[in-house]
Ligand binder design. Structure first.
Ligand code: M6R
Length: 606
């Protein structure tokens, strides 16, 4: 996730672009850059590894009437000055948010034609492609170039041959146009322009825009004009940064339709029935040689890791253990180079997880980091890294970073299963095509959140909650309990449902709501029995179940339906439900949702 901006008008271009970029820092802030055309007609480019304030410090006073800017959250290539946007080729400069899936093949082709690449980014191919097709009509050059591209993009394009025009385009990445008086703006999101205008055009997929000082014209990719409706934004700036949501947590829960998609982008190879993890750096032979996997993580990332254990064992037939970073570092691990150690950390900075990576390295193990933050410490310390691409998460409670971790684990387990001949191509194809549908399923859960909100309100006085699940649903039960206690301060326990009778059943009474994660699957009958155990003790049961499950309504007080998918993928959907349940409970209790007491987003101390 990155932020793009563009400005054309009589204002102070540099100041406006910097101010707009600051408003998009929530989208990423590991490097930044700007291209402007000065009053002599020269393109001036400034880039920096660092934040917007550092970019500001390297830009001299320049008078300009047009420019584009970028704040980056690295996906392809580390956060360095070379990889910062804009990327340029000849007269063309481009800022981009999204992922060009076929960038490698385009890059090879462009190199063979003599184009020279100076960055590791996917974006640089766009600059060269537009340059290649530029015969004097910038809009045509951009649409021709985009015709060769697979993937997602919101772009801003500047050329010093056309100082009176900016071109923007969108596919699957957000883009808006701000309409001013004798000035116009492009941006990834409304907060970037709200200080200057509240008149907005929302750009749809496969639209291309010519932005001039006194006109904005929108076209489809064939060059036909498109009529757009102007929207007036009534929010203030603070509300706009949360895109109108009252809390970052709710915004981030809603962003999961997008973030889950981003995590999968370019990685699903349905035709071959496999997963493409270019960055993994482990070939099939190496994957086959691992005897065991050890997963290490903390908190929510640990819960993701626990699901990983079920997936690696079930799908890929490889023995997997999971441990918390804080325990692992003081245990006496039995490790050797035949163990792959997977460390999961959203921030990539959690001290306990990092210590575990060092410990594993000292045993000669390969270490694979799964992280959301490009260039974080774990990236430097681990031998291999996969990025989750969930985008920056501001709420302390992990939500979209969790589901993106799950997606990476699904993809890894499928990839390992294929490499180890434990899964045939048909089954892999089926799972990958079901995975593609998950963002749509998440949308439906979000649309129906009313039931979840009512449920939260019904049990808001409860002092204790139980979350129960079996097998792959057990990690979701743990995560549901963690989310609830973390932001609502209600005591909650996540339990493997079969364990209730070994102790906790003593705590079950009419005052204790029990959330049962109960989609159809091979343990469905078992969780039904567990539900009966708790209803016999007068507990109220909230069941998260398949939308076509009529049976469960006989036993549960409330049923929260989730769309049908393959059994193995249901945790991706039930996770969203438990996040919303925690959110609405904390909302009723008027808790500090984005910054719960005593907690921090990144725990860099032991
Ligand atoms: O950055 P990490 O994933 O390593 O953080 C680990 C935990 O501190 C974190 O998952 C924490 O449990 C969540 N913020 C809870 O929502």
């Amino acid at each position: 996730m990155c932020g793009i901006v563009g400005y054309i008008g009589d204002g102070d271009t540099v100041t406006i672009l910097l101010e707009s970029l600051r408003r998009l820092e929530y989208r990423g802030y590991d490097s930044a850059g700007m291209a402007i055309i000065d009053d002599e007609g020269n393109a001036r480019i400034f880039k920096i590894e660092g934040e917007i304030s550092e970019l500001e410090s390297i830009i001299p006073g320049i008078s300009s009437r047009v420019g584009i800017g970028h704040t980056r959250w690295a996906t392809h290539g580390r956060p360095t000055t070379e990889n910062a946007h804009p990327h340029c080729s000849g007269n063309i400069c481009v800022v981009h948010n999204g992922i060009i899936e076929n960038y490698q093949e385009l890059k090879d082709e462009l190199i063979s034609e003599g184009f020279v690449f100076i960055s590791d980014t996917d974006t640089e191919v766009l600059a060269h492609l537009i340059n290649k097709y530029d015969t004097g009509d910038l809009r045509l050059a951009v649409s021709t170039a985009l015709g060769h591209v697979r993937g997602s993009y919101a772009i801003g394009v500047l050329s010093n041959e056309h100082p009176d025009e900016l071109i923007a385009a969108r596919k699957d990445s957000p883009l808006i146009i701000g309409l001013g008086k004798d000035e116009n703006f492009i941006a990834s999101d409304i907060p970037a322009v709200l200080k200057y205008t509240n008149r907005i055009l929302y750009i749809d997929n496969l639209e291309l825009i010519s932005v001039k000082q006194d006109s904005v014209r929108v076209f489809d990719m064939e060059g036909n004009p498109v009529e757009k409706k102007e929207h007036i934004i009534e929010w203030d700036l603070e509300a706009a940064e949360k895109a109108g949501y009252p809390h970052f947590m709710l915004k981030e829960i809603h962003e999961q339709t997008r973030s889950i998609h981003e995590t999968m982008t370019g990685r699903l190879h349905e035709l071959e029935g496999d997963v493409n993890f270019e960055e993994l750096g482990l070939n099939r032979n190496e994957i086959r040689q691992f005897q065991r996997i050890e997963i290490i993580a903390c908190g929510t990332s640990y819960n993701a890791g626990l699901l990983g254990k079920y997936l690696f064992e079930w799908l890929a037939g490889i023995h997997t253990d999971v441990d918390t970073g804080s325990e692992f570092r003081y245990s006496s691990p039995v490790l050797d180079p035949s163990t792959l150690v997977i460390a999961i950390s959203q921030s990539g900075e959690t001290a306990d997880t990092l210590a575990a990576v060092h410990e594993a390295t000292s045993y000669g193990c390969r270490t694979l980091a799964i992280t959301n933050v490009v260039g974080s410490t774990i990236f430097r310390d681990a031998s291999h890294t996969i990025y989750t691409r969930a985008g920056p998460e501001i709420g302390v409670a992990a939500t979209k970073s969790f589901t993106s971790q799950l997606v990476v684990l699904y993809l890894l387990a499928i990839h390992f299963a294929r490499a180890r001949s434990r899964m045939d191509a048909d089954r892999a194809r089926m799972l990958l095509s079901e995975l593609r549908k998950i963002p749509g399923h998440v949308s439906r859960i979000l649309e129906d959140a009313g039931t979840i909100q009512e449920c939260a309100s019904m049990f808001v006085k409860a002092e204790n909650y139980f979350f129960i699940g079996r097998n792959i649903n057990y990690p979701v039960a743990l995560e549901g309990a963690l989310k609830l206690k973390e932001i609502s301060y209600i005591h909650a326990e996540g339990y493997a449902a079969g364990e209730l009778k070994h102790g906790p059943l003593a705590l079950i009474s009419k005052d204790v709501p029990v959330v049962a994660i109960a989609p159809h699957g091979h343990t469905y009958d078992k969780i039904l029995s567990n539900i009966k155990e708790v209803t016999a003790r007068d507990a109220s049961v909230i069941a998260i179940a398949d939308c076509d499950d009529c049976e469960i309504r006989k036993f549960a007080d409330i049923v929260i339906p989730i769309p049908k998918t393959d059994e193995v993928l249901t945790p991706l959907l039930s996770s969203v439900v438990v996040q919303l349940l925690a959110y609405y409970t904390a909302l009723e209790l008027d808790c500090s949702i984005d910054k719960p007491r005593n907690l921090a987003k990144s725990v860099t101390v032991e």
